[in-house]
Design a protein around this ligand. Structure first.
Ligand SMILES: Nc1ncnc2c1ncn2[C@@H]1O[C@H](COP(=O)(O)OP(=O)(O)OP(=O)(O)O)[C@@H](O)[C@H]1O
Length: 312
């Protein structure tokens, strides 16, 4: 659906983005994550054919941005991070205005606008002036506008930015809904936990370079140097016995005692720990929990953009 090859944009001697390779399939919801100035907007604007790359290729449904920008514009809906609304237009008028610019006419236009108001849950504001909407409602209106021509691909630049917690939840649900409609979506953010929930693929970009580009689970796995196990015995009294047994085990680097479970940090590179539960059971320790600790996307991001994340 979306493919970029060696996509590069330079301003003078400075690289805004450097050799970005993306490959997204229909239905992918790609979280494009990076600090301010990392190159997210530049990448999306090139894919939307609003900016020319210095070199490299970007394709949408096999159409190149160089040779088929018109076809791409029909397929893509781009929502910038900030957009103006006209002071003297109601929500319905605003959407009808943009629907008209897509040459959607008459009854079909009214129907389309109503459908979009329904999708973004803004029908109750249809007759309100667009400039009286809250930030969350304005973002939803922007999304409705982006959806008017029924694009297959959505490029959403920081749609969560500036939203209060409730509006973020609503926008996240909306992203899920659009994903379920089969759209291919790139959504940029530096707000990580919110995106982690909704996307299936993640690209981490920093200083114009794509540091990781994989499924969410793969990114997390790649940055974890040590596997960490969480072990909880049936009997709390056995915690120190576990500590004693495992602390000196050849695969274990260290043990940390918690309230009712232990964190066992394995040595770097050790991924096979299948002998450990057996060892514990041979020593009469019944287990309530024995699992690998999950690393969240935010920690993975911090590990990958060390030293730069303070710019966020
Ligand atoms: N017109 C321009 N002229 C010169 N440099 C530019 C121009 N547009 C962008 N840049 C630079 O390119 C880099 C990438 O910018 P971009 O807007 O793509 O980042 P971003 O990840 O979208 O950041 P943000 O989250 O702040 O929107 C930045 O260093 C920026 O200063």
């Amino acid at each position: 659906m979306i493919k970029t090859v060696d996509l590069t944009k330079k301003y003078g001697d400075a690289f805004a983005i450097k050799s970005i390779d993306l490959d997204l399939q229909a239905g992918d919801l790609f979280g494009f994550i990076g600090p301010n100035g990392a190159g997210k907007t530049t990448t999306m604007r090139i894919i939307a054919t609003l900016l020319e790359p210095s070199w490299g290729e970007a394709y949408v449904c096999n159409h190149s941005v160089h040779t088929a920008p018109k076809e791409i514009r029909r397929l893509v809906g781009y929502m910038p991070d900030f957009f103006g609304v006209y002071d003297d237009m109601t929500v319905v008028e605003y959407l009808e205005f943009f629907a008209a610019s897509y040459r959607i006419k008459g009854e079909a236009r009214r129907k389309r606008v109503d459908e979009m108001l329904d999708v973004v849950d803004l029908d109750f504001k249809r007759d309100a002036y667009a400039n009286t909407l809250s930030r969350g409602q304005t973002q939803r209106l922007g999304l409705a506008r982006t959806l008017l021509h029924d694009p297959q691909v959505l490029l959403l630049d920081e749609p969560l930015s500036g939203l209060d917690p409730r509006a973020r939840i609503e926008m996240r649900n909306l992203l899920r809904k659009l994903g379920a409609m089969g759209k291919t979506i790139i959504v940029s953010s530096h707000i990580l936990p919110e995106l982690a929930d909704v996307c299936n693929k993640v690209g981490i970009i920093d200083k114009g370079e794509l540091k990781q580009n994989a499924t969410k689970a793969e990114v997390i796995r790649m940055v974890r140097e040590h596997t960490v196990l969480v072990i909880q015995p049936q009997d709390r009294e056995k915690m120190s016995a576990i500590d004693e047994l495992l602390r000196k085990h050849e695969k274990v680097q260290g043990c940390e005692m918690g309230d009712d479970a232990l964190r066992i940090i394995l040595k770097s590179g050790v991924t096979d720990y299948s002998d450990l539960p057996r060892l514990l059971m041979q020593n009469d320790i019944d287990l309530r929990r024995f699992s690998e600790e999950e690393l969240d996307l935010e920690s993975a991001f911090m590990a990958l953009t060390k030293g730069t994340s303070n710019r966020m």
